[in-house]
Write a protein that binds this ligand. Structure first.
Ligand SMILES: Nc1ncnc2c1ncn2[C@@H]1O[C@H](COP(=O)(O)OP(=O)(O)OP(=O)(O)O)[C@@H](O)[C@H]1O
Length: 815
């Protein structure tokens, strides 16, 4: 049956777009292309009335105080009221007793004129005022006596004339007043534990909400909240919007989500706290949502890609939903994706989502390397231009050749883009038209590598004739870094997944180029930061807080500003589920589409031979890769492929050559737009030793400082990275003597050597780890070559014995 709907043009019938052609033809006169088609279902008058009543009832319920809105909260509120009522007979006499004591104390203080007495005493004028006080005391004593006598007499008269009723009524009123005076106030001493549990629904009541915020130390004792939108139960949870008191920041509440969850008696996975931004929001406005149940424990949602006949990869890929059910899409073009987690959390499933979308787009070239070597990625063999399964040395060497082919293609694409006319290529970037037209030979290219750590960690020499030279893993790392850095504009995207998300495996230099990051459950917050980036833990993004039962759930962060994903706040996403059978079927569809479009190439079409780079292209590639991946000059003995940490790369741009000495850390953090704490931690992690606290101009109190020369030394790699002491030349202008002033003796892997040290030189020492190095200061005399006359046990300089990987600064050793 074809469905017709009433449009918004005064009841005129508009054919539904999917109606069979013949029926449309009959109404051809009424068809107007510009009118939007409405989606809906036909209902009877009775159903309409019922739904109206239902809506009105819902709206009325939402206006009730929060604790009466849901059956569960109403039951809780009722139980609480009954409990209170049952306890009244016990609590009332106690409250009256306390009220009596409070009133007696107040009366005695009044008779004794305590306030006046204390004030006179404090002002040392008690002797002058004594006479006056004694008079007032006498007068008030008499007044009290008269009042008691009058009340007693009146009571007696009333009893004798009208009976006991007035006395009983007066005594009752009096007892209520006394009970009110003696009631326990919130937080007063004497409260004890009691049976029961706190419940969220009860706490969603406005007053309790304020108490919860106070208990979580998010607002002060005298502060309160303003409810912009009162708590409302929206089916799956409670939603409300509130304004914090002036000067309180929404970002602080987000940072203390766990404390708030405790105060609200919910698991923090059920609590979503977001800033309300834009015209409707401000820095102190928060939107809170608290789920009735763990939203991530629900059944997974099947991916729409399973039934999609094809996909256009220029459109973001359906990725999952938020806790509240909002759809989250993952952009693939202009960015690269890093996925990390502990094993069995769903990395492979997640990585296959965008790869399946790529398989469904016949104009996308797929390159896949499965470092695990199982069957998880085998369906892609049907469509992949290059497919590598396993991470043995031969696989890794083939991956290098494939990546070199890609890197050379990236460089070549830029040359060709530069030659295109402005109409076709307005921005020196690929466009959908360019990537879809086979004559331009620039299809979108997606490189997916699962268990990338198996390739990056391969420690075999690249060149068998040079065993101490570059390693295979390091070469793969630099090629990936180059492609991730320069490839997006040329239509290249990387999707890397790893179960070992530490800085050794994914160096900062590579991770920094992967603009989209997805962290599933990690073991520690440090591992979470390795995936999401420095400073994310402090900003309350911590994937270690996810539960292991939350398979396929992770934090999605856009870190490059190239996509619509937020760079400031990660979204917790429950990813869609896509099983291997659906992926195989999608790849079969993708293969047919490629055959029709004439885009089935490489391994999928049986052409397994890789192109051989001609010497000119190879030389150009070597230069370009070296230039693009150069963070800091390579260190003697440093691990190849290790890049300068993000913080150092940023600092290198903001510290000028003529700046020396100490500077407040907060000032440096401000220059690169980082939070001070995160900045301090990143500096420490990068190996910059702390310079302590100093009084600095513009600061009233001592502040944490950083030594610019020290930072510069670390940026230039002078401190070494494997723990072996390396001397650093004195920074210009720091010392007027360039003469050697000391010598250090180092042991590295059992080999002894000496290092001359200048004033201001820095040494990095390590006393543990595989490259165990011991550093001893042998001489601080101005003579060179005193190492041979070493004192067998010279005392360690106090700054030298700081433990593993501590950096030792010998500046000013000679005074
Ligand atoms: N979106 C999802 N929703 C629910 N369950 C999921 C989801 N994604 C994956 N899983 C479940 O998680 C399990 C582990 O997934 P997967 O193999 O992708 O993990 P992994 O992190 O790649 O593991 P490994 O590190 O061993 O390779 C799977 O058996 C799957 O059932």
């Amino acid at each position: 049956m074809s469905l017709t709907m009433q449009g918004d043009r005064g009841g005129e019938l508009i054919p539904f777009p999917n109606a069979p052609v013949e029926e449309n033809a009959e109404n051809a006169g009424a068809v107007e292309a510009a009118v939007p088609a409405l989606d809906g279902e036909l209902i009877t008058e009775a159903e309409y009335q019922r739904s109206r009543v239902h809506r009105l009832a819902e709206s009325a319920v939402s206006r009730l105080p929060a604790q009466w809105q849901t059956p569960e909260s109403a039951r809780q509120a009722g139980v609480e009221l009954v409990n209170q009522a049952l306890l009244v007979p016990m609590r009332y006499p106690a409250a009256v007793g306390r009220g009596l004591a409070v009133s007696a104390r107040a009366w005695w203080a009044w008779v004794r004129v305590t306030d006046f007495y204390e004030a006179s005493k404090a002002a040392d004028r008690l002797a002058d005022k004594w006479q006056e006080i004694a008079v007032v005391r006498r007068r008030r004593g008499v007044i009290s006596l008269v009042a008691v006598s009058a009340v007693s007499l009146a009571s007696l008269v009333a009893e004798l004339t009208v009976g006991s009723l007035p006395l009983v009524v007066s005594a009752s009123v009096m007892s209520v007043v006394l009970a009110a005076a003696g009631r326990r106030r919130e937080g007063a001493g004497g409260r004890s534990t009691r049976l029961g549990s706190r419940s969220l629904a009860w706490l969603m009541n406005g007053d309790h909400l304020v108490v919860a915020f106070r208990d979580a130390k998010l607002i002060g004792r005298d502060e309160s909240l303003m409810l912009v939108k009162a708590p409302r139960h929206d089916g799956a949870g409670w939603a409300l919007t509130l304004d914090l008191p002036p000067s309180r920041k929404a970002s602080d509440v987000i940072g203390k989500r766990e404390a708030l969850a405790s105060a609200l008696a919910v698991d923090e996975v059920r609590l979503i706290v977001e800033r309300v931004r834009g015209d409707d929001g401000h820095a102190g406005r928060l939107a809170l949502w608290v789920g009735d149940a763990d939203p991530y424990a629900a059944d997974p949602i099947p991916s729409p890609l399973a039934s999609a006949p094809s996909w256009d990869l220029w459109q973001p890929v359906p990725f999952g939903t938020t806790a509240r059910g909002t759809t989250v899409n993952l952009p693939v073009v202009w960015t690269s994706l890093l996925i990390g987690a502990i094993p069995r959390q769903g990395k492979t499933f997640v990585a296959r989502l965008p790869l399946t979308a790529a398989a469904l787009d016949p104009h996308v070239r797929l390159i896949i390397a499965d470092g695990k070597g199982g069957k998880d990625f085998r369906p892609f063999e049907q469509v992949a231009h290059r497919f590598i399964r396993g991470s043995r040395e031969t696989d890794a060497r083939r991956l290098i050749r494939v990546l070199e082919e890609c890197a050379a293609d990236v460089a070549d694409r830029f040359d060709r883009l530069a030659e295109m006319d402005d109409e076709l290529c307005p921005e020196s970037k690929v466009t959908p038209e360019i990537t879809r037209d086979p004559t331009h030979r620039m299809p979108l290219t997606v490189i997916g590598i699962d268990e990338v750590q198996n390739f990056l960690g391969l420690d075999v020499p690249l060149d068998d004739d040079n065993p101490k030279g570059k390693k295979v893993g390091a070469r793969i790392c630099e090629l990936l870094t180059y492609i991730a850095k320069t490839g997006p504009a040329a239509g290249y995207s990387l999707i890397l997944a790893t179960q070992k998300p530490d800085a050794q495996v994914i160096p900062d230099g590579l991770r920094g180029q992967l603009g989209t990051r997805f962290a599933l459950k990690t073991m520690t917050w440090q591992a979470s930061e390795t995936i999401l980036g420095a400073g994310t833990y402090r900003a309350s993004m911590d994937a270690s807080k996810l539960l292991t039962s939350h398979k396929g759930v992770g934090l999605l962060l856009g870190a490059d500003g190239e996509t619509e994903l937020s760079a400031g706040e990660a979204v917790t996403v429950r990813t869609h589920l896509l099983h291997i059978t659906a992926i195989r079927a999608a790849c079969e569809r993708g293969r047919v589409l490629r055959e029709q479009a004439g885009t089935l190439t490489g391994d999928a079409s049986g052409e397994h031979d890789l192109a051989v780079l001609d010497p000119t292209a190879a030389a150009r590639l070597a230069t370009e890769v070296a230039t693009a991946t150069a963070g800091a000059p390579e260190l003697a003995g440093a691990e190849p492929g290790r890049e300068s940490p993000e913080v150092l790369t940023l600092l290198a741009k903001v510290i000028s050559e003529d700046e020396h000495g100490l500077v407040a850390r907060s000032e440096l953090a401000g220059r690169i737009g980082w939070e001070v704490k995160a900045f301090g931690e990143a500096l420490r992690a990068a190996g910059v030793p702390s310079a302590g606290k100093r009084r600095m101009p513009g600061h009233d109190n001592p502040v944490s400082v950083a030594d610019l020369d020290m930072i510069r030394a670390v940026i230039h790699g002078s401190l070494g990275r494997n723990g072996v002491g390396t001397a650093v030349p004195t920074p210009p202008g720091r010392s007027n003597s360039a003469a050697t002033t000391g010598t250090a003796l180092t042991w590295h892997d059992g080999e002894r050597s000496t290092v001359p040290i200048n004033r201001g030189s820095c040494l990095r020492t390590s006393r543990t780890g595989p490259s165990r190095a011991l550093l001893r200061l042998l001489s601080t005399s101005p003579k060179v070559g005193t190492a041979g006359r070493a004192d067998p046990k010279p005392p360690l300089h106090p700054w030298q014995a700081r433990g593993p990987n501590s950096a030792t600064c010998m500046s000013g050793v000679n005074g």
